[in-house]
Design a protein around this ligand. Structure first.
Ligand code: BTN
Length: 243
């Protein structure tokens, strides 16, 4: 990965690191100017959403974090994550014949298995300057997964170069987050949805609800409708899909 070059982005590559999101956070606090990308061959403490870990074995996946200073609010994590999901599916489709789908809000699926995940975080330095960190993990050709995730995790299973995949994803991501207010990702996000029209289960304050996913709003919130026709927009948390 040492030769990876992306216009307008400072790239730093590591053979092994705890987590590229952690490294991006350290760099954000130390100061930087242009957007940065941290890429690792493997992570010893890769992190996912909801405090979970992200399995990051050596060189069979792409583990990277994009660090930038947003033009708007940093409170927009769902929207940024949705834009990143679109960057990932666009890149995969550009470089292969695969047809990945997006499970709201941050998981990329292929043939019923999760092949990629996104963890968006934010950090504010001592001067009060805010940064966003978009962490992306893509299983390219990992064929062994630990027991606890092996029924849900999968790989792209095609011989994609990690450099090319990183460059393609980040090029899309950079332009989508720079134009975030224009919602340039929204149409592709809706068209790649794994959940629209399906029954989903979600939890709010410890209570489990079942409803049908009926729409995605302009902030990438998931609109769900219960049996009585009552609608709710989910803007955080996690859903599971009934098949
Ligand atoms: C999830 O599935 O919940 C999100 C997974 C995000 C994993 C990526 S790998 C690169 C970056 N560094 C991390 O520690 N996490 C993200």
């Amino acid at each position: 990965m040492q030769s990876l070059k992306i216009d307008g982005v400072e790239v730093k590559c590591f053979a092994e690191i705890d987590s590229t999101n952690n490294e991006a956070k350290r760099q954000a606090l130390a100061g930087y100017s242009a957007p940065m990308l941290f890429v690792a061959d493997s992570q010893t403490a890769g992190r996912g959403r909801m405090g979970r870990s992200f399995y990051s074995p050596n060189s069979t996946g792409l583990y990277m974090s994009y660090l930038y200073k947003p033009q708007g609010s940093i409170a927009d994590a769902v929207t940024v994550t949705a834009a990143a999901s679109v960057a990932v599916v666009r890149a995969i489709e550009e470089l292969s014949d695969l047809k990945p789908l997006i499970k709201w809000v941050n998981d990329i699926y292929l043939d019923g298995k999760k092949v990629a995940g996104i963890l968006t975080e934010s950090v504010t330095d001592r001067q009060g300057v805010a940064s966003v960190i978009v962490g992306i993990g893509i299983n390219i050709d990992t064929d062994f997964f630990p027991e606890d995730i092996k029924s849900v995790a999968g790989s792209l299973g095609v011989g994609l170069s990690r450099d090319t995949l990183a460059k393609t994803v980040v090029t899309h991501l950079k332009s989508l987050v720079e134009g975030l207010s224009e919602r340039l990702f929204l149409e592709d996000y809706i068209n790649h949805s794994l959940v629209l029209g399906r029954e989903v289960v979600y939890i709010i304050q410890g209570v489990e609800y079942t409803a049908k996913a009926v729409g995605i709003d302009e902030n990438a919130g998931l609109v769900v409708e219960d049996n009585n026709g009552n609608r709710t927009t989910l803007s955080t948390g996690e859903i599971s899909v009934r098949v």
